[in-house]
Design a protein around this ligand. Sequence first.
Ligand SMILES: NC(=O)c1ccc[n+]([C@@H]2O[C@H](COP(=O)([O-])OP(=O)(O)OC[C@H]3O[C@@H](n4cnc5c(N)ncnc54)[C@H](OP(=O)(O)O)[C@@H]3O)[C@@H](O)[C@H]2O)c1
Length: 357
Amino acid sequence: MVRPTGSKLKVAVLAATGLVGQRYVSMLSNHPFFRVAEVTGQSSVGKKYGLATAGTNLPMGQDAKSLTVKPTSAYSLDNVDVVFSPLPTEVAMPLEPELVRAGFNIITDASPHRMDRDVPLMVPEVNPGHLELLDRQRKVREWNGLLVATPNCTAAGLAVVLKPLHDSLRLKRVIVSTLQAVSGAGYPGVPSLDILDNVIPYVKDEEEKVETEPLKILGEVGVDRIFPAKFEIGAMVHRVATTDGHLESLYVETEERFEPERVSKILAGFRGEPQKLKLPTAPAEPILVTNLEGRPQPKLDRYAGSVPGMSVVVGRIRKGLDSKSGRLTLLSHNTIRGAAGSTILTAELMYRKGLLG
Ligand SMILES: NC(=O)c1ccc[n+]([C@@H]2O[C@H](COP(=O)([O-])OP(=O)(O)OC[C@H]3O[C@@H](n4cnc5c(N)ncnc54)[C@H](OP(=O)(O)O)[C@@H]3O)[C@@H](O)[C@H]2O)c1
């Protein structure tokens, strides 16, 4: 297909009425590469998108509000170049491979295919080279389209911070304790009477994802798979009564000496390919380091940076129990850096590499 110069790629957002889906539609308003052409759902099928999402107040273009929500199937996706898929897990599991076989380019926030051997699990600043796996995916699976995944919302922010730490100090072990916002559970999420005035020290399957996904993301690309990074992660997760933004408290053991001032400079200086390419959703600084007392905090810092919600904010960088260990706190917006924002950035990178459209 010959695309007219300057025309935008047509995208579909599946499960567009959910919390992540709405982030996509909001972030894609006036996007220079992409235009939302289709939105799909389940209970909201047939409604105008603006009415189906009236309960939230994210800014959205009038064009998107006027779209009619379609059923989630290949028949709704005529002629789209990219499909963003924040589907519920049990729906994504069978449907995504079916859509890729039918020729669609899917980038998914759902978990079922993240750890598949030939599916790149992308954090664009960390592992742009993992997109090389797509050649293998196309040949072996004989798919017409492609499937790329983005990580769990807690793992996404964590991977951004672990990358420069591992490159400079060689990580041996990471212990992470999380305080995760209710929006991480989708809408309507955790019942209010369970979470108000409370902390729940459990999020289903979350610890397993946080302990494995960053190792794939920081891994080495081989011919037919990713060889995971060779350090250990131990996770303890908690659901708390904040709306957006996951706070993560880290204790790291390293091969090299952990010197807080040096670590602070290393993290603040981290840049990736999206920054070099000046991609539209790339924050100028992927990691913002704060020295302010008692920061970062979800309420104050979740939208910090040049692209709101895309920077991971790090504070309280300090020594651990010996010279080769340290502690820090990070904050990452779960539906932006942890989902829609990171996925849009992945799509921008793929677009620039000629992998879409
Ligand atoms: N929330 C986060 O912070 C976050 C971060 C990273 C990844 N994720 C992942 O992203 C996905 C969506 O999460 P969310 O927070 O946006 O959930 P959500 O707010 O609960 O939204 C669920 C969405 O799924 C649609 N849906 C439900 N059943 C469906 C079916 N059978 N077929 C097609 N669509 C169906 C709903 O459509 P109707 O409204 O029309 O019924 C709605 O749009 C999940 O896989 C989640 O694990 C979430």
